[in-house]
Design a binder for this molecule. Structure first.
Ligand code: NAD
Length: 373
């Protein structure tokens, strides 16, 4: 039966297909037990697409992605394709998706599960209960601004230029995502830039303030210089709810924040585009980890980052907060019950842990969903 929820699944390379297979079990569970079905198309991306089509993302796949309500992505890349030319690298497939879908807001939650509080490099009392959402502007700023490039000066020295540019509309649309999201969380936004030394920073601060006053005065807004924020994330991360920042600072700060949680195998992300006339937003969901060639094919990958990416998809693309909560609670309970893939064992010192592989972890989540439902 048609579900009106069109989902494109792109497992990719390395551990991508392994973790996606576990999420497919949860998708099947949702279909049969909660009547939350999807019309699913699955396709290749990255190295797998390069092998099949000679490009890291086929045009037909791109068209399907543009027509889908959401894309659920695994991971791409691996040593097999390390020596291919730059514009055919597996990662170019992901970059093309982000660019053509105009996914300008990258959401990276940094949430510390109680059961994993010891995995953080910070003291448990600093990270316990941590739940931050970092929103990074993803399609503008210094990674795209022109002019850019390297040239040789008359004196023979080489010079490289990157340009940080932001327009009002680019700042406003990503800040709007932050305010909207904050309203569904703890109602606080911290906007971050370097208004003390950068013109784009001044514009960012002015536009964030203006938009807040016009449409989101009910949300608490603070501003913090990006260097101060980097420090505060380590000193007192619990003060933050939603953080919104530009592409460059967001790249760095979201990596820093995600590491507070201590584990790459646990971290989901969402990338969102603009809302169209029907209220639909283009969106891509993916774990932040890569294809982990060192463990691929060994049944060792942690499927929870992909699982939590799927939960984000339920919440942000399909407005199914109860089902998203259910999946997140199942993850939490399975961790509390001691289930650990190898990456979560921290050198094997976790007392009472049950060491499991990828499939056993996926099965444990499905069993827990059964128990909760
Ligand atoms: P990686 O994230 O693949 O792996 C880093 C380390 O974390 C490895 O030791 C790996 O075994 C471990 N790890 C990652 N995910 C895990 C999981 N779910 N469970 C257990 N352990 C996990 O990063 P890398 O090694 O720098 O890159 C490997 C390949 O992935 C490269 O080709 C890189 O270009 C690509 N990559 C792709 C993406 C993406 O698809 N979005 C992101 C980052 C890297």
């Amino acid at each position: 039966m048609a579900s009106n929820r069109n989902l494109l699944v792109l497992p990719g390379d390395g551990i991508g297909p392994e973790v996606m297979a576990e999420v497919r079990k949860i998708i099947a569970w949702m279909g049969s037990k909660r009547a939350v079905g999807f019309d699913i198309q699955e396709d290749v991306v990255g190295g797998a697409a390069l092998d099949k089509h000679g490009v890291p993302l086929a045009d037909a796949t791109m068209r399907t992605a543009l027509a889908a309500d959401a894309v659920l992505f695994g991971s791409v890349g691996g040593p097999k394709w390390d020596n291919v030319v730059f514009d055919k690298k597996p990662e170019r497939g992901l970059l093309r998706l982000r660019k053509e879908m105009d996914l300008f807001a990258n959401l990276r939650p940094a949430k510390v599960f109680d059961a994993l509080v010891d995995a953080s490099s910070l003291k448990p009392e600093i990270v316990k209960g941590l739940d931050i959402m970092i929103i990074r502007e993803l399609t503008g700023g210094v990674y795209f601004g022109e002019p850019r490039g390297t040239s040789t000066l008359p004196n023979g020295e080489r010079e490289a230029i990157d340009t940080q540019r932001y327009k009002t509309s680019e700042i406003r649309r990503v800040c709007a995502v932050a305010f909207e999201l904050a309203r569904k969380r703890r109602n606080k936004v911290c906007s971050s830039e370097k208004a003390n030394v950068m013109h784009t920073g001044v514009l960012w601060r002015e536009e964030a303030t203006k938009l807040h006053k016009e449409q989101y005065a009910d949300v608490e807004l603070t501003h913090m210089y990006a260097d101060a924020l980097a420090m505060q994330l380590l000193r007192n991360p619990g003060q933050f709810d939603v953080i919104v920042t530009d592409n460059l600072f967001g790249d760095i700060l979201s990596d820093e924040a995600s590491m507070l949680t201590g584990s790459l195998g646990m971290l989901p992300s969402a990338s969102l585009g603009a809302t169209d006339a029907t209220g639909r937003r283009k969106a891509l969901y993916e774990p932040i980890h890569g294809s982990a060639p060192d463990i691929a094919g060994k049944g060792l990958a942690n499927p929870l980052a992909e699982t939590l990416s799927y939960a984000m998809m339920l919440r942000y693309s399909f407005d199914l907060p109860k089902e998203a909560d259910l999946v997140e609670t199942a993850v939490e309970n399975v961790l509390n019950a001691g289930y650990r893939t190898a990456d979560l064992l921290g050198g094997g010192k976790t007392a009472g842990a049950k060491k499991v592989g990828t499939q056993e972890m996926g099965d444990a989540i499905v069993q827990e969903l059964d128990r909760l439902a």
